[in-house]
Structures are given as structure tokens and as C-alpha cells.
Design a protein. Structure first.
Length: 246
């Protein structure tokens, strides 16, 4: 198996951390970024202790310059970028009537612009290489919207649209760049901690407590997608808990 250089955003916890750990075990070289440098350093150190290769950078996906710096660091350390996982996200859900405007803005900045900035940082590099793989972390909320999740769902519908259009653009250009959307359902991560509305948080905590799957299950989906032969692309992979209805 070819050892790939993989960039993971939001790698300090949850799906990002588990993806980094799993791919390092498979022999891939990791570039980790997130805002929490202390957590990142521990993840990277743990990977190295087990014989893996990983570097880390403190970076905010809402800054296009910082995403460019992550790409530059990957190129300086490893000379290429094979996979870029746009994983960073947040989910402060609430009903629209609650007028949590700052949270709406933050979700758009992280969940949508953060994905765009990641694509911007790596796409030209991948085209020059003649190959690459962009993986965007979506959600089942990008397929169906529910009360209290209107804005969050809107951001994930946007990620789904971006992923689909980008895949078509790269296929049309015959660039060798693949695009995959991973759309998880309820996953045991720190996302619930971003919910400030007490009613929404209570409802989601009850649902997640009885239903959520571990983040490591989603990491396996990322591994599956990037392990496909170059002529095959997993366009989208939806993973729900067995007990989750919607």
C-alpha cells in the first residue's frame, strides 16, 4: 500500500483525531491542524510513539491564509499532499426564532467557508501532482432538515453541493483529483458541546446517549474511501447508527 500524505483539519478530537490515528496505523503520513495546540501536540506525540509520522500546526479553518500555511507546511515536510480531509465543524443548533445570529455566522464560517478554504489550499497542488483526494465531512443533516437544525443543515447542504460540483469539475478536467463526501449521522464527539440553546442541547443529548456511534467508525469510512484504486471514486458515503431513523 502506498503511504499517503494526509492533511486533517479539526484533528484535535472526535472524527479528526480518530481518522489521524487510524491512518497513521495504516502507514500514512499525517499533517494535523486545529485551534487547540495542546490537544494537537498530544495526538501527534501519541502517533509518533507508535512509530507513525505526524506534524501539527495550530490553525483556524476560517482563515484562508492559515489554510495556505498548513498546505505549505505539508509540502515543506513531505513534498506532496495526497489527501486533504476537511473535517472541522460545529453544530450550535437552535430554532430560528431564538435569533442566535452570532452562531449562524460562525457555522457558515467554519462549516462552509472552512471547507472552501481547505479546497483552495490544496487543489492547485493536487492538480500539479496529477492526483489527489479531497474528503469533505458532511452530515445526514445535509440530506434532511429538522426543527432546530435549519442553519446547521443549510451549511451541510452547502458542503454536499460543493462536493458534488467539485467532483464533476475535476472529472471534467481529467485532473486525477477525487472528491468524497462523508455524511455521518449521530456520532459521539464534542459537537454537542457547541450547543448553547438548553432545549436543543437536552434533546440532542438524550438522543445521542442512546444512539451515537464512536468516531472511530467514521474514520474507517475515510480509510475505505482513500484506499480505493485511483480509477474509482466513492462520491458519497452515508453512515448512520443502526438505530437512527432519519
Amino acid at each position: 500500500m502506498k503511504s499517503k500524505v494526509v492533511v486533517v483539519t479539526g484533528a484535535s478530537s472526535g472524527i479528526g483525531e480518530e481518522t489521524a490515528r487510524l491512518l497513521a496505523q495504516k502507514g500514512h503520513r499525517l499533517v494535523l491542524c486545529a485551534r487547540r495546540e495542546d490537544r494537537l501536540s498530544k495526538v501527534a506525540a501519541s502517533i509518533r510513539e507508535k512509530g507513525g509520522q505526524a506534524i501539527f500546526l495550530k490553525a483556524d479553518v476560517t482563515s484562508i491564509m492559515q489554510m495556505e500555511e498548513v498546505a505549505q507546511a505539508a509540502m515543506a515536510e513531505f513534498g506532496r499532499i495526497d489527501v486533504w480531509v476537511n473535517n472541522a465543524g460545529l453544530m450550535p443548533v437552535s430554532e430560528i426564532i431564538k435569533d442566535k445570529v452570532d452562531e449562524w455566522d460562525r457555522m457558515v464560517d467554519v462549516n462552509v467557508k472552512g471547507v472552501l478554504y481547505g479546497i483552495h489550499a490544496c487543489l492547485k497542488i493536487m492538480r500539479e501532482q496529477g492526483e489527489g483526494h479531497i474528503i469533505n465531512m458532511g452530515s445526514v443533516a445535509g440530506h434532511v432538515s429538522n426543527p432546530a437544525s435549519a442553519v446547521y443543515s443549510a451549511t451541510k447542504f452547502a458542503v454536499r453541493a460543493l462536493s458534488d460540483a467539485l467532483r464533476k469539475e475535476e472529472a471534467q478536467a481529467k485532473s486525477g483529483v477525487r472528491v468524497t463526501l462523508i455524511a455521518p449521522g449521530a456520532v459521539d464527539t464534542e459537537l454537542l458541546g457547541t450547543i448553547t440553546d438548553p432545549d436543543a442541547r437536552r434533546d440532542d443529548e438524550q438522543f445521542y446517549a442512546s444512539t451515537a456511534i464512536p468516531a472511530s467508525d467514521v474514520a474507517k469510512c475515510v480509510d475505505f474511501a482513500i484506499d480505493m484504486p485511483p480509477e474509482a471514486c466513492v462520491d458519497e458515503l452515508i453512515i448512520r447508527p443502526t438505530l437512527q431513523v432519519h
